[in-house]
Design a binder for this molecule. Sequence first.
Ligand code: ADP
Length: 396
Amino acid sequence: DAPAAGKVCNRFDLGKETELRFEVEAGEAAEQVELELVTGLAEVFGSELNRNKKYVFGAGSKIAVFTWQGCTVNLYGKPEVAYVSVETPMLLYLNTHAALEQMRRQAERENERGPRVMVVGPADVGKSTVCRMLLNYAVRMGRRPTLVELDVGQSGVSVPGTVSALCIERPADVEEGFSVQAPLVYHFGSTTPGTNIKLYNKLTSTLAEVFSQRCEVDVVLVLDHERLYNELKRDLPHFVRVVLLPKSGGVVERSKECRRDTRDEKIREYFYGFRGVTFYPFSYEVRFSDVRIYKIGAPSIPDSCLPLGMSQDDTQLKLVPVTPGRDLTYHVLSVSSAEDGEEGVRKGIVESPVCGFIVVTHVDTQTQILKVLSPAPRPLPRHTLLIMDIRFMDMK
Ligand code: ADP
């Protein structure tokens, strides 16, 4: 387990309640950075580090190694930045966890369900990271929290353009994050809720229903957005506790390109795996006549032009059949778990979870055949496909 020959080693002595922040250079050519805890105790976003184990972080990683008690760590390789910060909001985050744990204990005593927390705030304030820490602290206390991912742009659970839920049974792996086995995933189709807010709300309610008959949030954590905090306090029912939390100075703003790359990478991982796990996707042909492709939501038309008795809501949730053409190339398609045929349509394709994703790599309108990239060999498990705005160009 010796560090790669020739790697520079930097040692950091961290005082209690401080964190070492480092970033690995982005891009293909970037050299990985290894982290080793030498003495003391430390955690990365709520996951404890083992002593003398080398954790490897790849291109673009932005990491904070926090210690409550003090520790010494080694960094091997050349991070783009590495510095120690003594100003962190970690104590506030830990207090938030403690308050939630109180609520869980109370719920246990009263035989009720545990608290539901919604984390909101602008881009790049550390929302996902705070979720990860709170989930980690909860599992470390023996709880079984569920992560509901409503970020259709930068999902931590599935490919972009989806909302999902994941049961958390063990702390996140320091290098790889939470194990994403068997998440429940729904098709949204694009990377911002605004493209179809009706559908977004519908999916949020669908997820809520899966977890309980009615999902009311008990606590809303607002990260770094005072106006939003005030508005939510004003607008939400009184029983909801709205808490304003500062963002960590360590959270790095990501450019548009960086977000796009992250999305692309997420799709690539879905088909090809990552780190130690390599998947070998399949490429095969599908006849136009064997599948039904839909887009959810018709383009909105002025109210005055709507057919009698139809509302804008109906158009946004409408299944619009898509005739395959060349412009379908590179689009990501969700394979709906809805039963094929009328039955599926009746039960609601929109509210059915997704069983997987394929990418259209070629369309031949002459022979009426699509070529697709698929994680599993042919045939498709289901024949109802939902088109995303999101495209993926396979460069492998
Ligand atoms: P958001 O969900 O609000 O968009 P994220 O939680 O995804 O933000 O955080 C953005 C990036 O900042 C992530 O790459 C994350 O690893 C990094 N990050 C978060 N907190 C810290 C910190 N304290 N130090 C260094 N990097 C951090």
